[in-house]
Design a protein around this ligand. Structure first.
Ligand code: HEC
Length: 134
């Protein structure tokens, strides 16, 4: 009798662990995308790319392709009709409360001026267009 209980418990543990393992990737919804680079970037966008690398890349990834700390910005969620340029100025100046993704909040980035964010926006928009997001 005791043996039987032990087997049932063991089976239950295996089922619970397998289910948790199967569901885990669905919960950890981090995303990283393959970004195509445009043949030519404007001068503004090239400056923006350098500013992006210094201030945004550690979370948003190389070419804004995403990391485990921040979402890809080359993503249909950030198409200009859904996230206008104003949302970029706001994100840098005030930070962003977590709402679209499971990464947590974005802090305000004090080191970038409005003019610098404007160049970063050129960079992100030109990459988005090269990847069919417009
Ligand atoms: C410490 C990590 C981190 C850094 C550095 C960072 N971001 Fe973010 N950013 C995030 C996270 C996380 C989100 C997603 C919040 C959500 O929607 O759940 C985000 C969201 C955004 C959004 C979407 C705003 C919205 O209204 O939904 C924009 C635009 C953005 N970031 C731009 C930038 C720019 C530009 C920089 C560099 C100047 C930058 N981020 C630096 C983590 C970061």
């Amino acid at each position: 009798m005791q043996d039987k209980t032990m087997w049932i418990m063991l089976a239950a543990v295996i089922i619970i662990c397998t289910t948790a393992w199967l569901l885990w990737p669905a919960q950890a919804d981090f995303e990283s995308v393959a970004v195509k680079l445009p043949a030519q970037l404007s001068k503004e966008a090239m400056d923006g790319g350098r500013l992006f690398a210094d201030n945004c890349q550690r979370c948003h990834g190389e070419n804004a392709s995403g990391t485990s700390k921040g979402p890809p910005l080359i993503h249909v969620i950030y198409v200009p009709s859904h996230h206008s340029d104003a949302s970029f100025y706001r994100a840098a100046a005030q930070g962003v409360n977590q709402h679209h993704w499971p990464y947590g909040n974005m802090p305000a980035i004090a080191d970038v001026s409005r003019e610098q964010v404007s160049k970063i926006i050129h960079y992100v928009r030109e990459l988005q267009r090269a990847n069919g997001i417009e």
